[in-house]
Design a binder for this molecule. Structure first.
Ligand SMILES: Nc1ncnc2c1ncn2[C@@H]1O[C@H](COP(=O)(O)OP(=O)(O)OP(=O)(O)O)[C@@H](O)[C@H]1O
Length: 258
């Protein structure tokens, strides 16, 4: 793949007290690529995602997105640059309807300021039209059109996962970080979310995902990086990684495949 580097982690370190949760990890994600981050429990995967999305500051090292360092930027500024993240435990507004959740996710893309909103002028109306079109398009792509006006708390677990992906999608990202998008789901729902991820990826959005379900990862990822005790122990195509001695050792007796 001759695609340019979209995201780069350069010698990332994150310490909590004396514990190194992420220990000198470097990696790249190219535009349009699907990279999986795997590793046993506590390996440092979620912390790595938090360093990328600005939720945590690295103790050392730098994250570059589209060639720019993200150091010190808060999560909302990073998201505005085109880097969206979903969480292991979804961060949705349970009391609100599906459409309202999506609309909130789109706010950062609108241009109206305080006065535009107050006077409901042409710019505000323009933004409202774009917002409506965008929400409808995202509802369609995540398969929740029929649930548009349902309260989020009434959705099934897999529907909430779809919505969490929709919330990331509506911010029009170049790269999506998905933290265990199928964690805790039964096989049928896992397959449905896998198809959704594949469809999103086919539109050209790069995806970086954390997963424990090996079969899914082997099938989906272009490339895999493996973390263990905060260190990157392997990197390569799925078949290479699956045959890697150090990976087999790290997983021995710890496999959590569905
Ligand atoms: N805010 C924090 N303060 C202190 N320690 C933390 C914090 N966040 C994570 N850790 C520790 O850092 C290590 C890596 O955690 P992390 O959540 O990244 O693991 P993981 O690979 O995502 O694991 P899992 O697959 O179980 O989600 C763990 O030992 C964890 O307890």
């Amino acid at each position: 793949m001759a695609h340019k580097v979209l995201l780069e982690g350069a010698s990332l370190v994150k310490c909590f007290g004396g514990m190194q949760a992420v220990n000198d990890v470097s990696f790249q994600v190219r535009s349009g690529e699907m990279l999986a981050v795997i590793g046993p429990n506590g390996a440092g995967k979620s912390v790595l995602f938090s360093l990328i999305s600005g939720l945590l500051r690295p103790t050392a090292g730098t994250v570059f997105f589209q060639g720019e360092p993200l150091s010190g930027l808060p999560p909302h500024r990073i998201s505005r640059k085109g880097l969206a993240r979903t969480f292991q435990h979804t961060a949705l507004f349970e009391e609100l309807q599906v459409v309202h959740n999506l609309a909130l996710g789109y706010q950062k893309r609108t241009r109206s300021g305080y006065w535009d909103t107050l006077w409901r002028n042409a710019r505000w109306r323009d933004d409202q039209d774009r917002l409506q079109r965008k929400v409808l398009a995202v509802l369609e792509s995540i398969g929740l059109t029929a649930k548009a006006t349902h309260t989020v708390g009434t959705l099934s677990q897999v529907e909430q996962r779809r919505l969490a992906i929709g919330m990331a999608l509506i911010s029009e990202p170049a790269l999506m970080l998905l933290d265990e998008p199928t964690g805790g789901l039964i096989q049928e729902d896992t397959d449905a979310i896998t198809r959704l991820i594949r469809t999103i990826h086919a539109t050209g959005i790069a995806i970086c995902l954390i997963e424990h379900k090996m079969r899914m990862i082997m099938d989906l990822a272009d490339r895999i990086i493996v973390l263990n005790h905060g260190r990157k122990i392997a990197e390569g195509r799925p078949a290479q990684v699956a045959a890697d001695e150090s990976v087999i050792e790290a997983y021995l007796g710890k496999k959590r495949d569905a």
